[in-house]
Design a protein around this ligand. Sequence first.
Ligand SMILES: [Fe+2]
Length: 332
Amino acid sequence: MNTQNREPLFEVAQLAMINLYTPKLEESIKFFEVMGMLVVHKDEEGSVYMRAYEDPYKYSLKLTPHHEAGLAKASWRATSPQALERRVEVLSKLPQGKGWVEPAYSRGKAYEFTSPDNHLFEIFFDVEYYQAEGDFVSKLNNRPQRRPLTGVPVRRLDHMNCLATDVDKNVDFFTEHLGFKVREFISNPDKSKAAAWLSVSPLVHEIAFMKDGLSDKCDPGRLHHIAYWFGDPQDLEYLSDALTELGIPIEAGPLKHGVSQAKCMYAIEPGGNRVELFGDTGYLIFDPTWKPVEWNVNDAEKSIIWYGGELPHSYFRYGTPVVEDKEIKPFY
Ligand SMILES: [Fe+2]
């Protein structure tokens, strides 16, 4: 489907928060603390809320104890209260629309929906901004929180990547009903998509979908990774050094992506979820009639790793929840 000539729909503004399941809560918290993230809240269910120092709202990451790793939910902020109502009007008529949920910690009422692959999302508008106090106040007026002086601090949440049984179905849902634009994609010989990167902003993606290499062995709805942004590729080197000292597995990188051109690396946090770190932004898109960039599936390796190493065998197979896979050499 050619979505590029459709009247632009700017009703989803950004990926605001991600809720991950972790079977090792304390270790997961420590992992994100290495990246300078701050615990801001704990709720009565035992979930822990964390933030990066340039996240605008109170938190961007919620960690919920669970028997296995995976995506609990991701939260999108609408561009206005009216945009939220208009999206709910559309989503509520689809099988993926689930219903309103009550206000929760630091955000107002939200409407839940799923992807065609059953990843759980919500969309909301009202939110509380982070207000730094005491030593957390930055003298830099455009920085919501002072940059931490320990760890290798990430600046903000960047994007998420979901594994899918059928990439096209998920892409069509996000473009048609939520206004996302396809920026780059990998095509199979039959023209179906093996992977696609979508955004609502000049970033190349806030969400990506990739074919789950184990889709015949697991339930749909697995998470490939979440990503935080440093803004300086040198930080990838510092973090790699720190994670190696701590014995935390680095799956790939530091390296440079073909898609997005960003410098990046992938690590597996102790709960099992894959976390990507973006060293820089890559390129930005301002062209309103941007033609999605196509990569042939035979060039998939170059699209993921332009340079900096080989594409790990685990890349299209490891996701959370973790599925036993004898073909992956254990690295986690
Ligand atoms: Fe990514």
